[in-house]
Design a protein around this ligand. Structure first.
Ligand code: UD1
Ligand code: UDP
Length: 361
């Protein structure tokens, strides 16, 4: 089968890696990178670390408002589809690249497969929620990581083509954690990242990039004030969106002089180690909430809701939004109990299962 895959943002490169490896055993895959993320540490580093083949098409769309960015992608993906005429298009997750790929293909009557289908935050102010709902309703094959996702789709009347496969991000963690330990290791990691005086389980890891936090000065200020008042040793691989807003709000210099160590976004292998050896994780990322769960680290989520309710139900994750007192309280007090872990993200073979279903399709 001729498969055309569209990716473009950091988490999609990570999800793509294990699936692409399986698919290429039996199929031809044409890889399209929209260029939504383009900095070296938001894009190419993942191709290098995860041995992802070079994209066949780089669309160079870059940043912009939602309509502009998605529209540019739509035009360019359509051209590629008309040229390649694939049997199936695959998209991942919930970004503008996901939506553009699904929309372009479905209008040309090309079958669409969505990996990480069925997730809902039930918050339509999130651009990701709009992308998820639309993509799911345009898709012919829906590969769902958790039972919750299957139930969400059922409520929306979607049951045809729905497969519960487990989570490809769990596959990625299992495939790469040992490689990260062997290739880098935690002491070299601290050296390489300039994290002098850092010790395992003595620091917290933070990632923040969600538009609902960055685009609201009060929320972003609350989050950073809470982290600074905590006096914990906090490592922050800084997403370019957040860097831009911290500077715009006049917060950047203050944060730089504080207990928060700002570093550039890191590669996936470095990130896995930073997560594994953290005492706690503070994040508004979807993927990082799950990875905290996979490596048994308490996760404090800087959002009002989450798609990954299993992590909440198992007591591994707590939602604190941008409430300063709640953030501070949980930085101090939130702990997990490993006995309550129910492991509802599959068995690490989601990519194989997806490839098998596609082969039978
Ligand atoms: C996007 C996704 C989000 C996902 C995140 C993963 C959408 C609507 N959002 O958010 O779901 O969680 O990716 O990280 O698709 N920028 C750079 N260099 C880059 C990329 C971005 O400087 O390589 C800056 C630009 O100022 C840009 C801003 O970051 O305007 C936001 O980038 P964009 O891709 O629009 O959204 P993300 O916040 O990254
Ligand atoms: N990640 C990374 N380097 C970083 C920050 C995140 O490799 O500096 C990885 C992280 O381990 C996870 C994925 O990127 O696998 C999550 O992406 P992100 O938080 O950008 O997006 P989301 O999951 O919220 O859509």
């Amino acid at each position: 089968m001729k498969i055309l895959t569209v990716v473009g943002a950091r988490p999609q490169f990570i999800k793509l890696a294990p699936v692409s490896k399986e698919l290429r055993k039996n199929h031809d895959e044409i890889l399209v990178d929209t260029g939504q993320h383009y900095d070296y540490e938001m894009n190419k580093i993942f191709f290098e670390q995860l041995n992802i083949p070079k994209p066949d098409y780089y669309l160079g769309v870059g940043s912009g408002n939602h309509g502009h960015q998605t529209g540019e992608m739509l035009k360019k993906i359509e051209d590629v589809l008309l040229n390649e005429k694939p049997d199936l298009l695959i998209v991942y997750g919930d970004t503008n690249s996901t939506l553009a790929g699904a929309l372009a293909a479905s209008k040309l009557h090309i079958k669409v497969a969505h990996i990480e289908a069925g997730l809902r935050s039930f918050d339509r102010r999130m651009p990701e929620e709009l992308n998820r709902i639309t993509t799911d309703h345009l898709s012919d094959l829906l590969f769902v990581p958790t039972k919750t996702g299957v139930d969400n789709l059922k409520v929306e009347g979607v049951s045809k083509g729905v497969y519960l496969t487990g989570d490809v991000m769990y596959d990625a963690v299992l495939n790469n954690l040992e490689i990260a330990e062997n290739k880098i290791g935690v002491s070299k990691l601290f050296d390489d990242l300039g994290l002098k005086n850092h010790e395992c389980k003595q620091y917290m890891l933070a990632t923040i990039h969600r538009a609902e936090n960055t685009n609201d000065k009060e929320k972003l200020t609350n989050i950073f004030e809470a982290m600074m008042e905590s006096n914990e040793n906090i490592v922050l691989p800084l997403h370019p969106r957040t860097e831009k807003y911290l500077k715009e709000y006049g917060l950047y210099d203050k944060v730089q002089k504080s207990n928060i160590t700002i570093i550039k976004p890191v590669g996936y292998l470095e990130m896995l180690l930073l997560e594994k050896y953290a005492k706690k994780i503070l994040t508004d990322s979807g993927g990082v909430q799950k990875e905290a769960y996979f490596v048994d680290v308490p996760c404090i989520t800087l959002r009002e809701n989450t798609e990954w309710i299993e992590t909440l139900e198992d007591g591994y994750n707590v939602l604190v939004g941008s409430n300063k007192d709640e953030i501070l309280k949980n930085i101090k007090e939130f702990e997990i109990n490993k006995n309550s872990k129910t492991n509802r993200f599959g068995d690490g073979n989601a990519s194989k299962v997806i490839a098998e279903i596609i082969s039978r399709y």
